[in-house]
Design a protein around this ligand. Structure first.
Ligand code: KIV
Length: 278
């Protein structure tokens, strides 16, 4: 059964933790869906962990839609959230609505995520009014990395903590069905979680959030250029993949691969006929 935003809200009410993961392609989405993840984010982290950009800023709508379609094909049960890229919801309301609608109509996602608090509240309200469920995202917001001056923990000081608390409330009032808290101190995330009726989904935000989200490449040890403090590697696939490829290279060179087992047979008499015609 397809997970709905009502199911996600219900999980908070039942105090059932909400695991969320990113995915960017059909195969991964299918595996994590079958493993039972209820929420899949097609994050704009796509830019860094799949497309090799230095940040999420160059990611375009077309790239996001292309990958969202692939993930949606693999996600039979999980609710798929498409991440709206940099500046696709700031220029004006009609751009925001058109781009939000593309995720639902062309991408097949069930919801969108956008970064920011009070500053995007009106946009969140309009998207929700138009029937597009929205997940908020506050704390460290990677699309504002140049403004923030780096990937740092947010909300350690009183003023910033108050602002985050207020932003979270405003997103809830604007109709967001959940809010991501990225790199916020655990105690502050716990307080925000208590104060909101909608679920908080943490990444580097401590154990008291209603759910957790991780970038799949961090979790599987696939992206090793930078491993954030908040990530836990449940596997080290980069090493396993390199070892498998090295074995393949040496077996091709030594003609240990392919063997008869990986080859197709043809009737001997046909080969004889072919040879006699030369
Ligand atoms: O793009 C992404 O993967 C995200 C998560 C880190 C929440 O926004």
């Amino acid at each position: 059964m397809k997970v709905t935003i009502a199911d996600i809200r219900q999980m908070k009410r039942k105090k059932e933790k909400i695991p969320m993961l990113t995915a960017y392609d059909y195969v991964t989405a299918k595996m994590i869906d079958e493993a039972g993840v209820p929420l899949i984010l097609v994050g704009d982290s796509l830019g860094m962990v799949i497309l090799g950009y230095e940040s999420t800023i160059p990611v375009t709508m077309n790239e996001m839609i292309h990958h969202t379609r692939a993930v949606v094909r693999g996600a039979s049960n999980a609710l798929v959230v498409g991440d709206m890229p940099f500046m696709t919801y700031h220029t004006n309301m009609s751009d925001a609505l058109r781009n939000g609608a593309r995720f639902i109509q062309e991408g097949g996602a069930q919801a969108v995520k956008l970064e920011g608090g009070e500053v995007v509240a009106e946009t969140v309200r309009r998207l929700v009014d138009c029937g597009i469920p929205v997940m908020g995202h506050i704390g460290l917001t990677p699309q504002s990395i140049h403004q923030l001056g780096g990937f740092k923990v947010r909300g350690k000081g009183l003023d910033e903590a108050k602002k985050l608390l207020n932003d979270a409330r405003i997103l809830e009032q604007a109709g967001a069905f959940a809010v991501v808290l990225e790199c916020t101190p655990a105690a502050l995330s716990g307080l925000i979680t208590q104060r909101l009726a909608i679920p908080t989904i943490g990444i580097g935000a401590g154990p008291d959030c209603d759910g957790q989200v991780q970038v799949i490449s961090d979790l599987l040890g696939l992206y090793t250029e930078f491993v954030p403090k908040h990530a836990k590697q449940y596997a080290r696939l980069a090493g396993e993949i390199k070892a498998a490829v090295s074995s393949y290279i040496s077996e091709v060179k030594s003609v240990a691969f392919p063997t008869a087992q990986q080859s197709y047979v043809m009737d001997e008499s046909l080969i004889k006929q072919l040879k006699s015609r030369d």
